[in-house]
Design a protein around this ligand. Structure first.
Ligand SMILES: [Zn+2]
Length: 244
């Protein structure tokens, strides 16, 4: 039943767009795609690449890994702020699926042609998987909804698949946990799906929000243990600590 209402809400929104042209949710200016106009988008765009820098204590085996110890690079598209934060929050925690088409267009707008070329270096592109329990509650997978259609269409030698990793253990929300507690909570929650060969490959992992990178770090470690040569990440939004 829930999915029927979601369909009705979605087509209602499409119909509304035909009758009432789409407007920027910040300033009200008429727009053809996305959630905000180009002018307002500039306030949220980050398009920042973090370079992986393994720390000496990690390389010496004296410290547990953090994200940039194991990730080769991370592209952060937007600031997790204002109306984008609100929209993503509503998708994730109130399961408002009708916002997804707008956010998908924002994901595309945040990946200009130069950054699309950045994607060509990867052999395999995939999303951080959502747990089956959360998927059942929410009805959709946020990273896959944001990036799947966009990355699947791409030509070139990279392969997009949503079946590289799976969640084998449910985890509690991480937002109130510190870095070490996050690591503990996530440990062993991902597994490589049987028969997916990542040996020698450069894998791109996509996710919705980059906070401490602990989720991506755990997923990247699973891929590295399975023989991936390099693992990088793409995140739709990044927490404030990564803006400068
Ligand atoms: Zn605007």
């Amino acid at each position: 039943m829930q999915s029927i209402w979601r369909e009705i809400a979605y087509y209602g929104r499409v119909l509304k767009e035909l009758v009432f042209p789409r407007r920027c949710v910040v300033c009200g200016y008429g727009i053809e795609a996305g959630y905000v106009c180009e002018h307002c988008r500039r306030n949220y765009l980050l398009q920042r690449v973090l370079k992986g820098e393994p720390r000496e204590e990690y390389l010496a085996g004296q410290a547990e890994p953090v994200a940039l110890d194991v990730l080769d690079s991370v592209l952060l598209l937007y600031k997790y702020d204002g109306v984008l934060k609100d929209a993503l929050h509503r998708c994730k925690f109130a399961a408002e699926a009708d916002l997804l088409p707008f956010l998908r267009e924002e994901a595309e707008a945040g990946l200009p042609s130069a950054k699309l070329r950045w994607l060509e270096q990867f052999d395999i592109i995939t999303c951080v998987p959502t747990s089956p329990e959360r998927l059942a509650q929410r009805g959709f997978d946020v990273p896959q909804e944001l990036f799947g259609p966009l990355l699947d269409q791409r030509s070139g030698s990279s392969v997009y698949s949503d079946a590289v990793l799976e969640r084998v253990r449910h985890t509690h929300p991480l937002f109130e946990l510190g870095p070490e507690a996050r690591r503990q909570e996530l440990m062993g929650c991902f597994a490589l799906r049987a028969r997916f060969d990542v040996r020698g490959k450069h894998v791109l992992l996509c996710d919705d929000i980059y906070t401490t990178g602990s989720t991506l770090c755990e997923a990247a470690q699973v891929l590295k243990r399975a023989g991936a040569a390099k693992v990088s990440a793409l995140a739709f939004c990044a927490a404030r600590s990564h803006w400068e």
